[in-house]
Design a protein around this ligand. Structure first.
Ligand SMILES: [Fe+2]
Length: 365
């Protein structure tokens, strides 16, 4: 969803320094100011071969689930909290295990982390295997090519960050929804319109309300499993169009950033995870437009059925609480998520996201 103009803050260009809190001309003492440069232009993502880190992992997960790691499952089908382990200390093999574990549990939350206090280079190294995410060069990374968003706020010079700041007293898109609708749920898989949509996604809060402002997640794998075998058979083989056009048009209309023209992609309605082999429903109301080959009423009815089915599945949904020091990691291929804007207008909420792209979705047979 595009930010309103009021979300975009202006700031002075800081002077380069050796201060570890400063990085690539960005003054981090001001907590990652959203990039105010509306002139920034980015290239479209090019096709790349994705080898999922989870496919290399030791399936016993010895580095991730060591005796020191405390494991708390949030629900049977999705969500696990880990504590007693620092994400920042994982080796490449440990990150491979993380990829597998996130694919299995769909959502993994690391608590009490030092991650948000690390220099950004280190954050990027963890999420993207040390690859430079600057405009000067980005390439294959540990979890996939870093996605560069066309419209959402980023960090100056580092377009791989999605930088979501909600400032006290400043009206933003959430206020529009709260003022307009009775309630809020915006289920989606991030930027599913990309030809190679996101895989293992990293998100961490910098500032959050004392209570509220969490994120809801659901398992689209379990949503698929709940369907009758006959209905599953009908969905397998179908394809749907996903579009980023509306997101770009809304940002253009509201005076936000448009760094590249929108893309669209046709994806299987039921996709297969490259590591677990699990099938999942891969449509979402934010970006899916229609089922290829169906007439409009047929497509609308089928998509509405799937959206209702997914949204009503309280028994395959969880709430990820945004506690200080948390890093929230989900697999965008097998989940949908929604923000929960249940906090007051005087609250500062600030989150960062790194969104590696994955494989071309594998159609279920
Ligand atoms: Fe999202």
């Amino acid at each position: 969803m595009a930010p309103s103009v009021s979300e975009i803050v202006h700031h002075e260009s800081p002077v380069p320094t050796n201060n570890p809190k400063k990085w690539h001309r960005v003054d981090l003492s001001n907590k990652y100011p959203p990039n105010s440069n509306l002139e920034e232009r980015l290239e479209q993502h090019q096709p790349f071969e994705h080898v999922d880190p989870g496919s290399r992992a030791d399936p016993t997960l010895p580095r991730l689930l060591s005796p020191n790691t405390k494991v708390k499952h949030l629900s049977p089908y999705i969500g696990t909290e880990l504590s007693g382990i620092q994400l920042s200390q994982l080796t490449k093999e440990g990150l491979d295990e993380l990829g597998l574990f996130v694919a299995q549990r769909k959502l993994v939350i690391f608590r009490e982390q030092d991650f948000q206090d690390l220099p950004p280079e280190k954050q990027v190294a963890i999420a993207a295997n040390g690859v430079s995410l600057t405009l000067e060069g980005f390439t294959q990374s540990h979890f996939g090519v870093p996605h560069l968003h066309a419209t959402l706020p980023n960090i100056e010079g580092h377009p791989a960050y999605v930088n979501l700041l909600r400032q006290p007293g400043k009206r933003n898109i959430n206020d529009y929804f709260i003022d307009t609708f009775l309630s809020y749920a915006f289920w989606h898989s991030d930027v599913s319109y990309e030809p190679q949509p996101p895989s293992t996604t990293f998100f961490w809060p910098l500032d959050q309300p004392t209570v509220g402002g969490d994120t809801l997640f659901l398992s689209t794998t379990e949503a698929y499993n709940r369907l009758s075998p006959e209905f599953q058979k009908r969905l397998v083989g179908l394809k749907a169009l996903h579009s980023g056009v509306a997101q770009v048009e809304e940002s253009r209309r509201s005076g936000g950033a448009v760094r590249k023209e929108p893309v669209e992609a046709v994806h299987p309605v039921i996709r297969v995870h490259p590591v677990t082999g699990e099938k999942s429903i891969f449509v979402n109301p934010a970006f899916t437009r229609h089922i290829v080959g169906l007439k409009k009423e047929e497509s609308d009815a089928l998509l509405k059925f799937l959206y209702d089915h997914i949204a009503k599945g309280a028994d395959f949904q969880v709430r990820a609480r945004h506690e200080p020091g948390s890093v929230i990691i989900w697999d965008n291929r097998v989940t949908n998520h929604s923000a929960v804007p249940d906090y007051g207008k005087d609250v500062r909420r600030h989150n960062l996201r790194l969104t590696p792209l994955g494989e071309v979705p594998i159609p279920a047979q």
